[in-house]
Each structure stands twice: as structure tokens, then as C-alpha cells.
Design a protein around this ligand. Structure first.
Ligand code: HEM
Length: 162
């Protein structure tokens, strides 16, 4: 096992595998509400970078659905955090924000997509990760699209599984 780069010590609580404890809730004004399960992996190889993979599945059929992977960096000596994210839908994004205690609040800074990505296009993403006092990790994602203002799309809680 490689020692964690000291730059990342403020994010040590995020490392490991997180499994949703109950299905997450998906919604948006333009879609039918849905439920999903998701596993998060956060790891490192000693660089000042966390590697992550998020894999979501249909709650009943277990079919693979949304997938994201990328990297987390911290600006040394600050509480500034950046997520560098690629999504299987053809979207890539930079999110930045602040770490406050064990809560990470992120806002999209840059969004790009494949020329043939499905419409409507996402215009803005706000994401919050919070390690709650009960030891559960909660993620909420809000988004704005071409035709909808910023509103919640996802909410889910996880338990650490390793
Ligand atoms: C729909 C974006 C994560 C499941 C959508 C739509 C967008 C979107 C733009 C279309 C909304 C509309 O038609 O008005 C995103 C973004 C995500 C994300 C940016 C991450 C940051 C997820 C995750 C799941 C999920 C983790 C879990 C399975 C769905 C489903 C729909 C949907 C089921 C409705 C059917 C469909 O359009 O495929 N999402 N999504 N999304 N999303 Fe997400």
C-alpha cells in the first residue's frame, strides 16, 4: 500500500468503496421519477490525485446505466477541490468547489460533449458530497438544461463497504 499524498489528507474520508444502502432517487421536471443503485470507488496511487469510478444500475433489472470516472485534485494549502469527470453519456466536465469539514460543494466550470450527444444539453451541474454524522455518504446532483432551470436530478446515500 502506498502512502496517501499529504495534499489529499483533508479528503482521506472519501477513499474506499461506497455502496448505496437503499436505491437512490432520480427526478427532473421532464422525466418520470426513477430509482437506481450506485457504487463509488475512490482510490489513489500516491500522486496528489484521487482516482474515481461511479457506476449506476437500474434498481430492479440491475442493468448498467450511468457511469462516470475521473480524478479529484486539491489546490495545495487551500480548501479548493476540482473534479475532472468523463461520463458515458458523452459529457465531460470540470467541477470546482470547496471542502468544508466533510462536505464538498461543487459547481460545473466547463462542460463539453460529443457532437452527437442526446438533447437536451446540460448547461450547469451542482453536486454535493457530505459524510454525515451517522457515517453515511450522501450525494445530491442538481442540473440545468437547455429548457429547465437548476433543479435536483439525483439524491442517494451510501455506506462504506471497504
Ligand atoms: C435523464 C443528465 C446522472 C438516470 C437525464 C437527462 C439529462 C441527464 C440531461 C435528460 C433530461 C431531460 O430529458 O430533460 C445527467 C447528468 C448526470 C446524470 C449530467 C450526472 C452528473 C444520472 C445517474 C442516473 C441517471 C447517476 C442513474 C441511473 C437518468 C434517467 C433519465 C435521465 C433514468 C431519464 C431517461 C433518460 O433520459 O435516459 N439525465 N444525469 N442520470 N437520467 Fe441523468
Amino acid at each position: 500500500t502506498v502512502e496517501l499524498n499529504p495534499t489529499l489528507l483533508p479528503l482521506e474520508w472519501l477513499l474506499g468503496t461506497w455502496e448505496c444502502d437503499e436505491p437512490g432517487e432520480g427526478s427532473f421536471p421532464t422525466i418520470k421519477p426513477f430509482r437506481y443503485t450506485e457504487t463509488l470507488h475512490f482510490s489513489h496511487v500516491g500522486q496528489p490525485v484521487i482516482n474515481f469510478m461511479f457506476n449506476a444500475f437500474h434498481a430492479e433489472s440491475k442493468k448498467p446505466m450511468h457511469r462516470e470516472c475521473g480524478f479529484v485534485r486539491m489546490q495545495p494549502g487551500t480548501n479548493r477541490v476540482a473534479f475532472i469527470i468523463a461520463q458515458n453519456s458523452g459529457l465531460v466536465e470540470i467541477e470546482e468547489g470547496e471542502l468544508t469539514g466533510q462536505q464538498l460543494s461543487l459547481q460545473s466550470q466547463q462542460l463539453a460533449r460529443t457532437s452527437f450527444a442526446k438533447e437536451p444539453y446540460v448547461k450547469q451541474i451542482c453536486r454535493v458530497f457530505q459524510l454525515r454524522p451517522d457515517g453515511k455518504l450522501e450525494q445530491t446532483v442538481s442540473m440545468a438544461t437547455d429548457n429547465q432551470p437548476l433543479i435536483q436530478h439525483l439524491r442517494i446515500t451510501y455506506r462504506q463497504s471497504s
